[in-house]
Design a protein around this ligand. Structure first.
Ligand code: SF4
Length: 317
């Protein structure tokens, strides 16, 4: 009997990848709330955009709803990492519910910026994607119609403020760094005095994951991104990978979604994960590749992360 040797395959593993500090905090808030208050604990919207994470928390006793009105008054409710419009905590308060806010502190920072611009009388532009919960939450910090959404360079060119000398912009935290730079450049050219964020609103985790993908993309025949299709930062990683030179790029929930045809003839495969995807799924994908190939893994880490966020005091006391 002849044993056919597996073909070699190099895996370039992007780092950092997967969970960011905001996702880690949001998941811990749900876990600790279940521990402290018992099940069920209600969560408004997917706590983070990852099916695996949501499924695990459901099994522990979390109940996911889309609106506060779907939860009973006598159980705690948690708001997701993406942030919520001001009307949401107001509704929970009016129903005398116990609520915990898992909004990522970096999203809250954007909410504060938007409020400050509004207080200073500036017209506010939000660069982001229509319908994403973070965008809905940021726009909902201020009265309806106050924040104008810009999605593309064309939108930036077409935007007509009431007073061109009194405009400010903020951004969604999980955008493509390069695409956003083009939109910002268009705004700055048209409105040279536009108030800009003190520090980039695109968060450190988004930036670092995109930089790590850029570092490996050109060498990759195929780039595999673990993440759910409704995860903004995961979708951006696929786009960034393709723009940076990957031969092909696919977003997959887990190893079971891998199509063998994608990697037929590939010598180098890049692997990364969006900020809401657990490392367990990355390791599962590598094990899956090792079934068909003689895999060697090389980790490429242009930056190291040390960021952590504190949990709400009510859960740590
Ligand atoms: Fe916070 Fe950035 Fe993570 Fe979103 S991706 S939860 S903004 S750290």
């Amino acid at each position: 009997m002849t044993v056919t040797a597996k073909p070699p395959l190099k895996v370039l593993l992007a780092s950092p990848r997967g969970f960011c500090a905001g996702v880690d905090r949001a998941i811990q808030i749900v876990e600790r709330a279940i521990e402290k208050y018992g099940a069920p604990v209600y969560v408004r919207h997917e706590i983070v955009h990852n099916r695996h994470v949501v499924g695990r928390l459901k099994a522990m006793g979390a109940v996911f709803v889309e609106e506060v009105s779907e939860a009973p008054e006598d159980r705690p409710i948690i708001f997701s990492a993406h942030g919520v419009p001001k009307t949401v905590p107001a509704e929970a308060k009016s129903r005398k519910m116990l609520y915990l806010d898992a909004t990522c502190p970096l999203v809250s920072k954007v909410h504060v910026e938007a409020q400050k611009h509004h207080d200073a009388g500036r017209e506010i532009v939000l660069i982001g994607h229509a319908g994403h919960p973070e965008v809905v939450g940021t726009m909902g910090q201020l009265p309806e119609g106050v924040v104008r959404l810009i999605e593309t360079v064309e939108d930036a060119e077409a935007f007509e403020p009431i007073d061109a000398a009194n405009v400010a912009f903020v951004t969604q935290t999980t955008l493509s760094v390069d695409d956003t730079a083009e939109i910002v450049a268009a705004l700055q050219r048209r409105f040279p005095g536009i108030a800009t964020p003190h520090k980039e609103d695109i968060c450190y985790a988004t930036t670092n994951r995109q930089d790590a993908v850029k570092a490996i993309a050109e060498a990759c025949d195929v780039l595999l991104v673990i993440g759910s299709s409704n995860s903004s930062n995961s979708v951006r990683l696929v786009e960034v990978g393709l723009k940076a030179g990957a031969g092909a790029a696919y977003l997959i929930d887990n190893a079971a979604k891998l199509e063998p045809a994608w990697i037929e003839g590939a010598r180098i495969v890049g692997v990364t994960a969006g900020a809401s995807a657990p490392e367990l799924l990355v390791q599962g994908l590598i094990s899956r590749l090792a079934e068909d190939f003689e895999v060697t893994v090389e980790e490429v880490a242009p930056t190291r992360e040390t960021v952590t966020f504190k949990l709400p005091r009510v859960l740590t006391a």
